[in-house]
Write a protein that binds this ligand. Sequence first.
Ligand code: SF4
Length: 421
Amino acid sequence: MGGLTAPAPRGACPDLLSPMASGDGFLLRVKPPVGGLSATQIAAIAAGARKGGNGIVEITGRGNLQLRGFSEATAAAFAEAMLKLDLAVPEAPAERVRNILVAPLAGDDPAAAPEAEAIARAIEAGLRGRRTLWSLPAKFGFAIDAGGRLPLGDAMVDIRLMPAVDGWLVGGSGLSRAVHVAARDAAATALRLAEACVRLWEMRADDANRLRHLAARDEAGFWRAAGIGPTVPAVTPGATTACRFGPTSYDNGVGTYALAAPFGATSADALEAMAAMMLDFGIPSLTIGPWRSLHLRGMPEHALSAVAMAAKPLGLIGDPEDPRLRVAACAGAPACTAGSVPARRDAGAIAASLAPGGTRIHIAGCAKGCASARPADLTLVGHEGRYALVRAGRAGDPPAETGLDLDAAIRRVAALTGPRA
Ligand code: SF4
């Protein structure tokens, strides 16, 4: 049986200045600044999502907030308000390529590399200042790891920077080699690699638009185009790095608390309450990790248990054993016109049927599989109003079963993950 057909790529990646039409109006993304969002910024995002959109706030795997249900006019007004709060750069092409995923505890965890945020800011400035980079593909991204208590793992990006002994490693997706540089040269090296990508894509127009495509075609040619000789084998980060939800103490009187929104979506009301909580507890910033995780940072250690209590009524998850953390789901129908099943609405019932254990489930409204690019143990994919079941694969892989209604899907998941304790 062949895989289900994913909808044609829309060729667009929404951001604050380029909203994208969807089934429930325009959706747009706010890309948090390096160092995270303040309570003031979060409160403004929440107010704008409620006033101009439909109040749904999604947390993306690239560390952004995605807001839904805007009209063209309310999206423009919201963008204006966000620009005043420095939540985007005003040049639309620069904002489009400002895709920088920073380890969420960089700048907070004393065990993390101290230069990580400065490197991220230098890359951000380079992306804004060098017009040649504005023609990077919208999905092209950078990741800055910082080691410490919560490394980034193998977040799916193009250019990756990792702290190493006496410097930093700069490499990228699909490259077998990397370059070891001093911290002060790390951002410039990463930008040179991005410029090499632009040059190579300009020389050969095709639909290969990620660094891994260039690496697979001719890695030596890529390094030549960058004018850099790679010096060390690439270090493949552990794929198994998982977010540690709940409290973490730094043992110095300061701590951090990681929360998740069920199936990656929360509300403007919850976001606003979180901003108030940050002010109450003296929490200076919130960052977003690639696990769709919300990291309240820099809080007094004595406030950790009070934060746990305050977060519960907001519907946010801080218990690492919560089965919903093992389920990824997109919005699905009707919010997304490509979806044929209400993936996120069904996710609650499916998560409730999960037996304890490590089985990871992906529920996709269609074969595009936006909620998870990685294979899952079980993937339920919407197709003509019913679910297809893919085992150990991605949403677009050939399904083992088709035509399941929700009840049948729940029964199959329960049977395949074992009886509930
Ligand atoms: S996977 Fe979900 S969000 Fe992505 S296009 Fe399909 S229905 Fe829409």
